[in-house]
Design a binder for this molecule. Structure first.
Ligand code: NAD
Length: 445
């Protein structure tokens, strides 16, 4: 099949490369000429495990191309995938759909015959209907509109895309449904995980999935606060409830708050859509509020540890800046809020991340210094804050850290370290929702 993918961000690039892997003829289009030039040169503008190989192999074999020329790419395409950004609007909480409308107008003018226009971007209910109007106004050719929300996770995007848990196709046109089924057939050979539904249900499913996951995280973060004050350990509570098959063990990890390019903006857009229809999604709104509060927790803990508001003269190391391991994406990362709190309180912050140093620097400028490795970051610091649980942070050399640090405070934002062991080594340990042993081990009589 001939496919045009509009937008080569995390979603468009992974999708384009994934479709080409199964023999399709794919052209990826982006308005960002620098990004296209990078891709044409065989380089990948983002960090995503396995993506470089996939892109380079398919490009070398002539199935995957990159261009800024939308018209030529859409002409003759069987399917056009819209994968542009849908950021939060600057004057409200709804999604800003300018990139979708602009792509829609360009696609309409470029059509040369029947094509399916499928939205992979996360878009509010009603977007496909509006897109249909735009296409009808600007094109004389027949087309079908489909909603094809994407569920990949950054950090494991290639794997998720190539082995999807489900494919949702929202479409009310038989020709459109057949083409989309055909596109995804190689991805679901072992079991048909294609769910066909009406367009509005498909659009809402994506927001509902993100809102459910975000709500679970906020629920656990709030429960972690309660665990601390009542003397319980949220990690035991997590195992206790996660072993119930009705609940399941995923997305129950307390932490410094969720971030990323999707959850925060998507739950706000969902609540905004609901308000537009006179409905209050109070659970979803509470999940957002709880998350904003959670992002500020570690900053205030560090201040408390040092006895007050000012951190002047204190040096703090930050491990992990990406919003999750496996990506260089720092959009809405809790590390941004924590770094901002620490620097605002007067601390000097030395940060380290295996992949996100540059994207973080682009957001926070030179307010924090970026260390060349994880141990260099802790040199001469009073406290170490773990924000993102990259694998190399799980079992670090604590003896080396102890010698390198000036102080002894550890803030484990992901509960990945052992409080007892660290306390015995002379650290003051702080987790999220777990008992925090006093720094010097007490003798049992
Ligand atoms: P992104 O911002 O990384 O990429 C969007 C790309 O689209 C940019 O490169 C931009 O230059 C390009 N673009 C904008 N307007 C264009 C136009 N008119 N023509 C051609 N290119 C254009 O975004 P992303 O993270 O890939 O997300 C894309 C969509 O997918 C969003 O709606 C997002 O919510 C959704 N989504 C993202 C993820 C994720 O993990 N990142 C997962 C599922 C769904």
């Amino acid at each position: 099949m001939k496919i045009a993918v509009i937008g080569t961000g995390y979603v468009g690039l992974v999708a384009g490369a994934g479709f080409s892997e199964f023999g399709n003829d794919v052209t990826c289009v982006d308005v960002d000429a620098a990004r296209v030039a990078t891709l044409e040169a065989g380089k990948i503008p983002i960090y995503e495990p396995g993506l470089e190989d996939l892109v380079q192999r398919n490009a070398a074999e002539g199935r995957l191309r990159f261009t800024t020329e939308l018209t030529a790419s859409v002409a003759g395409a069987d399917i056009v995938i819209i994968a542009v950004g849908t950021p939060q609007g600057s004057y409200g909480l709804g999604a800003n759909l300018e990139q979708v409308w602009s792509a829609g107008r360009d696609i309409a003018r470029a059509l040369t015959g029947f094509a399916v226009i499928a939205t992979k971007s996360t878009v509010p209910v009603g977007t496909a209907d509006r897109l249909k109007e735009i296409l009808t106004a600007d094109s004389a050719h027949p087309f079908a509109v489909a909603s094809n929300p994407e569920f990949l996770k950054e950090g494991d995007a290639v794997n998720d895309f190539m082995k999807p848990s489900r494919i949702i196709i929202g479409c009310d046109d038989e020709r459109g449904i057949a083409a989309m089924r055909n596109l995804y057939a190689p991805f679901v050979r072992t079991a048909d995980r294609v769910l066909v539904m009406d367009v509005r249900s498909a659009e809402l499913s994506k927001y509902a999935a993100n809102a459910m996951l975000a709500t679970r995280i906020s629920f656990m973060n709030e429960l972690a606060r309660l665990a601390e004050v009542v003397g319980a350990d949220i990690e035991s509570v997590r195992s206790g409830i996660g072993s119930d098959p009705r609940i399941g063990s995923k997305f129950l990890f307390p932490g410094p708050g969720f971030g990323g390019s999707c959850f925060p903006k998507d739950i706000r857009a969902l609540a905004h859509t609901a308000h537009g229809h006179g409905i209050e999604l109070s659970v979803v709104e509470a999940a957002d509020r709880a998350n904003e509060r959670q992002k500020r927790l570690i900053g205030s803990r560090v201040r408390q540890h040092f006895g007050g508001a000012s951190l002047s003269g204190r040096r703090v190391a930050l491990w992990g800046l990406a919003f999750k391991p496996g990506t260089d994406d720092v959009r809405e990362s809790p590390a941004l809020a924590i770094a901002d709190d620490l620097v605002t309180a007067g601390a000097e912050v030395a940060a380290y991340d295996p992949a996100a140093a540059e994207t973080f620097r682009a957001q926070l400028g030179h307010r924090v210094s970026i260390a060349s490795d994880m141990y260099a970051a802790v040199d001469g610091t009073d406290a170490l804050v773990l924000v993102t649980e990259w694998k190399q942070f799980r079992r670090p050399d604590f003896a080396r850290i102890k010698t390198a640090m000036r102080g002894n405070a550890l803030f484990d934002g992901r509960n990945i370290w052992n409080p007892g062991e660290l306390t015995a080594q002379g650290f003051q340990y702080y987790g999220i929702g777990r008992p925090c042993p006093p720094a010097s081990p007490q003798k049992v009589k």
